[in-house]
Design a protein around this ligand. Structure first.
Ligand code: GLN
Length: 196
């Protein structure tokens, strides 16, 4: 069975497990680097990117997660997870995993809109997708190999690049599992091609 790990250092990881299981895969909470060997794909959840980064360093996850991604294994970053995947963070010298060729802006929707919901069309994946945004980042620009999957009011809120998927919102907080299902498919395909 396809096993998907959810990085369980801080943030909304339990909800992701529920969404992974509703999408037909096995979900495990990843708290130790050895567990990366047991999983076919990894979700980095929302939360607070600076806090998650601090814990990534504390438990020596940075290089092992980079290697996991560089081997072609799929990683899905949601909200803070998107910030952790980015190669550039606006207004900051800090870069975390730097695996995805995207430039992000943190807390990009401003204080008036701390959290909100919007119906999005996600290219080739879902129409009228119910997206929950919480102190969300958006993507200001993407590199050549990265495709934009969704925008909201002209700002990029979902993108894909090879084995990496990222979104600004929280796909685990509703019963709309279409984006998680798409990630499960990516993981199943990568698993087949890495085995052959
Ligand atoms: N604002 C958070 C950050 O910068 C992300 C918010 C979220 O994950 N819901 O890390």
């Amino acid at each position: 069975m396809t096993t998907i790990g959810v990085l369980g250092l801080q943030g909304a990881f339990r909800e992701h497990i529920r969404s992974v299981e509703a999408s037909g895969a096995k979900g495990i909470v990843v708290k130790k680097i050895e567990q990366l060997d047991e999983i076919d794909g990894l979700i980095i959840p929302g939360g607070e990117s600076t806090t998650i980064r601090r814990l990534i360093d504390k438990y020596n996850f940075l290089e092992p997660i980079r290697q996991f991604g560089k081997q072609g294994k799929p990683i899905f970053g949601t909200c803070a997870g998107l910030i952790l995947l980015a190669s550039e963070i606006d207004g900051s010298y800090d870069v975390h995993l730097g695996l995805m060729d995207i430039r992000v802006r943190r807390n990009a929707f401003g204080r008036q809109r701390e959290s909100f919901e919007a119906a999005l069309d996600i290219d080739g994946i879902a129409e009228q997708y119910n997206a929950v945004f919480i102190r969300a980042p958006y993507i200001e620009g993407v590199g050549e190999g990265t495709s934009v999957l969704a925008t909201y009011e002209g700002n990029i809120v979902a993108a894909k690049q090879a084995n990496f998927l990222a979104c600004s919102f929280h796909p685990e907080l509703t019963d709309d599992h279409r984006l998680t299902e798409h990630f499960v498919q990516m993981v199943e395909e990568a698993k087949k091609s890495l085995a052959s």
